[in-house]
Ligand binder design. Structure first.
Ligand SMILES: Nc1nc2c(ncn2[C@@H]2O[C@H](COP(=O)(O)OP(=O)(O)OP(=O)(O)O)[C@@H](O)[C@H]2O)c(=O)[nH]1
Ligand SMILES: [Mg+2]
Length: 297
């Protein structure tokens, strides 16, 4: 654990260690829009517990790509499920999966099944841990809101006579933080307001690299000239300032918010068929070229 991480994240790491001995299953909650890029794979892997991967926000991700991600994880021997954490029916399938993996594991070891299953939900900030718990509990047992760092303390929440869940603050590591630009787009890391132009441009760039120009429809074709796309968008939306010039602040705010709430349709950033490290290396290269170009203007 690194001392430079925020206090509540360090606390979450310590809580994982503390409660691990009494936990039966770990639910590794990842964002369906970038599953590997939001996974704490090394950390969860080292815990040596039975675990399930749950893809949250599947309602915002491309259906076909989510199917591929599930197949991919299953091929690797992981139990995996896609969820809309806000939907009680969707999360019921997770309870069933938890029950079946614990039964299987106990049968394999010929050990008696404990009546209460204790489950720890681990995931990056704002991925939907508390929302998932609330949907399973059928009540607002944990505070949930659309900003990272909402859960600050650890609490057990009893779902039924058979299931107890541990809500933890979000966890991040430095491997994931290297792609902080992209995590800001899915609201894992708070972005400052004055940063929206960069954020919108980063969004256009990553979508261009992963999904091509068709992702941002109806507002001009998003060719590689993202500045032009943004000003075309502002004009199309009639976001204008005095003198008829495009209101870029309003346009970029709108682009990012619209993407985050699914207003551009169901979009998966991390394509299961492409190596995201390569995509991200290209993203960083283009961004550096772009900044250099600006400096030379
Ligand atoms: N569309 C959609 N929104 C979701 C889903 N799950 C959670 N959300 C929303 O995502 C936001 C964050 O949810 P939380 O449950 O607070 O996330 P968390 O992981 O507990 O966040 P921290 O406690 O800050 O780490 C809320 O606005 C939720 O309504 C989902 O499956 N689909
Ligand atoms: Mg929370």
């Amino acid at each position: 654990m690194n001392k430079d991480l925020p206090g509540h994240i360090r606390k979450a790491f310590r809580s994982v260690e503390r409660y691990l001995p009494v936990v039966d299953v770990i639910v590794e909650l990842v964002d369906a829009r970038m599953p590997n890029g939001s996974r704490l794979k090394d950390f969860v892997g080292k815990l040596g517990k039975l675990s399930v991967i749950a893809l949250s926000k599947a309602d915002l991700a491309d259906k076909e790509q989510t199917k591929h991600w599930i197949e991919k994880y299953k091929e690797k021997g992981c139990s995996c499920i896609a969820l809309d954490c806000r939907d009680r029916n969707s999360v019921k399938n997770l309870s069933k999966l938890i029950r079946s993996v614990t039964l299987q594991a106990n049968n394999a070891k010929s050990s008696p099944t404990r009546k209460v299953r204790r489950v720890m939900i681990i995931g990056i900030p704002n991925v939907g841990k508390s929302t998932l718990i609330n949907s399973l509990a059928g009540r607002a047992a944990a505070r949930a809101a659309n900003m990272p760092g909402v859960t600050r303390s650890v609490q057990w929440i009893k779902i039924s006579g058979e299931l107890e869940l541990l809500d933890l603050p979000g966890i991040l590591d430095f491997g994931l933080l290297r792609r902080g630009d992209i995590l800001k787009l899915i609201n894992t890391i708070p972005g400052k307001d004055d940063d929206t132009y960069t954020k919108a441009k980063n969004l256009c760039r990553i979508l261009y690299l992963t999904n091509n120009e068709h992702i941002l429809p109806d507002y001009g074709v998003c060719e590689q000239n993202f500045d032009k796309y943004i000003s075309d968008y502002a004009r199309k939306m009639n976001f204008l300032v005095k003198g008829g010039n495009p209101d870029l602040q309003r346009a970029t705010n709108d682009i990012v918010k619209r993407f985050q709430s699914g207003g551009f349709g169901r979009v998966t950033i991390e394509n299961p068929e492409k190596d995201f490290s390569e995509v991200f290396a290209e993203y960083e290269k283009q961004e550096a070229d772009d900044s250099e170009g600006l400096e030379n203007v």
